[in-house]
Write a protein that binds this ligand. Structure first.
Ligand SMILES: [Zn+2]
Length: 439
C-alpha cells in the first residue's frame, strides 16, 4: 500500500479501550499513527471511513480448510483464505481433522508453509490431542506446540477416555496452549442426527440430546479443576452448557466457549424447513437454547464468536438426512449474521461484538497482539460498514463450498476493506477510495 489514511472512521479497539472517531495513517503498510483529530498528511491515498468502523482485523478460531485432503477438494487453503478475506478476517485457526490428521510437527510445519504462502490472511493451525484423533495414543503435544500449533483439539471427535483427557490437559497446561473440546459424548449420540425433541420425533430422525454436550463439559471441568489448563468449548448448542461454563468461571477456572452463527439464528425447525442444509454437529436446538446462549454472551460467560466454517461438496448434502454431512460454511457472511443475531436483537453493541471477534479470541490463543491496533506494527485492519444492507448469495461466496442455509437472507453490515500485514487484501470501497493525485 502507498501511504494511506483511513479517514474519519469509528476506531474501535477493545484491548486499548479505543472507541472514537478519527484517522489511522498507514505508511508502507505500517500503522504510523492513530488519531482522534484529522491527520493532515498530503500526497497519500485516502479511504473515506465516514459511518464505518475501523477495527483490528477479525479473527476466527474455528475453521476447516480441509487440507491436507487426500485428493478431495471441497475447499482448499487458498479458497478458504479468500472466503476469510471476503468476510473481513485477517486471522483464522484451522482444525486438524484433515486427511491425514495434523498430529506430527512436520504436518504443522507443512500446514504453516502452505497456508501462509499467499500472504492474504494469517492461518494458524491447530493440532490433534491424540494420534489420528482416535483417542488411543496421546499426540506429541510439546513438539506440536514448538512447531507452531496454536491450540490442541481433536475437533470432530471428543477426547472420550477420562485418563487420556487428563493427560492431554496436563500437557496443555505444561506447554501453555489452549485445549479446544468438541463436546459430544459418543455413547449418547449413536445414530443421532438432530436435536432430541418434538420436531425430531415428528421427522423420525435419530435423536441427539443436549446432555451429550453438557456431560462432556461437566466431566472436563471436573478433570481440569486440579490441572488448570486453558479449556475451551467449541460451537456451543445447548443452553445448559452456558450455565455449566458460567458456574466454572465463577470459580475462576480458565474456561471459555464459543458461539456460532447457526446456533444463534436457527432452531431445529430448520431441519424440517431446510432439510440437510440445517444438519449440524452439534445440532440446532430450540429457541430457549438460543436465548440462553445470548444471555451468556450478554453477561460475558461466552466471550468468543467462531464460525465452524465447514465446507462440504453439495452431493454430500444432497442425501437422506441420516446420511448427509454435518455442517455449513460461514466465513463469507459471518459478520452480518452475528450482527443480526446480537446487535439487531440488542444483546450487544458493535464494540462489544467486535471484542468477541478480535481481542478475546486473540487472548485465548496467546496472541494478544492480533486483536489490537499498535503503532509501529504492520497493519491488520478490517473496515466495516455497519449499515450496508446486502443479500447473502452463496453463489458469490469466495469459498468454493455452497453448503449454507442462509442463502437469500437480507442482512446488514459488511467488511469493505480487509488489510492484512499492510496489504489491501479485500477492497470493496467504491467511491470511498481516493487515490493520491501525485502517485
Ligand atoms: Zn466440532
Amino acid at each position: 500500500m502507498a501511504t494511506t489514511i483511513l479517514q474519519n472512521g469509528r476506531i474501535i479497539d477493545n484491548a486499548k479501550k479505543y472507541d472514537f472517531t478519527g484517522d489511522v495513517l498507514l505508511r508502507d503498510g505500517i500503522i504510523e499513527s492513530i488519531s482522534d483529530t484529522p491527520i493532515g498528511e498530503l500526497d497519500c491515498d485516502v479511504i473515506d471511513c465516514e459511518g464505518c468502523i475501523i477495527s483490528p482485523g477479525l479473527l476466527d478460531i474455528h475453521v476447516h480448510f480441509r487440507e491436507p485432503s487426500n485428493g478431495k477438494h471441497e475447499e482448499t487453503t487458498s479458497s478458504g483464505i479468500k472466503s476469510a478475506v471476503a468476510g473481513g478476517f485477517t486471522t483464522v485457526c484451522t482444525m486438524p481433522n484433515t486427511t491425514p490428521a495434523i498430529d506430527t510437527p512436520e504436518l504443522i510445519t507443512n500446514a504453516n508453509e502452505e497456508a501462509n504462502r499467499n500472504g492474504l490472511c494469517q492461518v494458524l493451525p491447530t493440532a490433534c490431542a491424540t494420534i489420528g484423533r482416535k483417542g488411543d495414543e496421546i499426540a506429541p503435544i510439546q513438539a506440536l506446540v514448538e512447531a507452531g500449533a496454536i491450540a490442541i483439539t481433536d475437533d470432530g471427535n471428543v477426547v472420550e477416555n477420562d485418563a487420556m483427557m487428563s493427560a492431554v490437559l496436563e500437557q496443555c497446561a505444561k506447554y501453555n496452549v489452549p485445549f479446544m473440546q468438541h463436546c459430544q459424548d459418543p455413547k449418547t449420540t449413536v445414530g443421532g442426527v438432530m436435536n432430541e425433541g418434538e420436531i425430531q420425533q415428528i421427522l423420525g430422525y435419530g435423536p441427539w440430546p443436549r446432555g451429550a454436550e453438557e456431560s462432556i463439559i461437566e466431566r472436563d471441568i471436573a478433570l481440569n479443576e486440579s490441572i488448570g489448563a486453558s479449556w475451551h468449548a467449541q460451537h456451543l448448542s445447548s443452553g445448559g452448557s452456558v450455565d455449566l461454563i458460567r458456574k466454572a468461571k465463577a470459580k475462576n477456572q480458565p474456561i471459555s466457549g464459543e458461539a456460532s452463527p447457526h446456533h444463534l439464528l436457527l432452531t431445529d425447525e430448520a431441519c424440517r424447513d431446510l432439510g440437510t442444509m440445517a444438519k449440524m454437529n452439534p445440532p440446532l436446538r430450540e429457541l430457549q437454547d438460543i436465548n440462553q446462549i445470548k444471555e451468556g454472551i450478554a453477561d460475558g460467560t461466552i466471550e468468543i464468536l467462531a464460525t465452524d466454517h465447514a465446507p462440504h461438496p453439495m452431493h454430500t448434502k444432497d442425501q437422506p438426512f441420516a446420511n448427509a454431512s454435518f455442517g455449513i460454511v460461514g466465513l463469507d457472511c459471518a459478520l452480518a449474521l452475528y450482527a443480526k443475531a446480537l446487535i439487531d436483537d440488542g444483546v450487544l453493541d458493535w464494540s462489544q461484538m467486535l471484542a468477541m471477534m478480535t481481542n478475546n479470541p486473540a487472548a485465548l490463543i496467546n496472541r494478544p497482539s492480533l486483536g489490537t491496533l499498535t503503532v509501529g506494527d504492520l497493519a491488520s485492519i478490517t473496515v466495516i460498514d455497519p449499515k450496508l444492507s446486502w443479500t447473502i448469495h452463496v453463489d458469490s461466496f469466495a469459498s468454493t463450498a455452497r453448503n449454507c442455509p442462509f442463502n437469500g437472507w437480507e442482512v446488514k453490515g459488511k467488511a469493505i476493506a480487509t488489510i492484512y500485514d499492510g496489504y489491501l487484501a479485500l477492497e470493496a470501497l467504491g467511491d470511498r477510495l481516493n487515490h493520491c493525485n501525485t502517485t
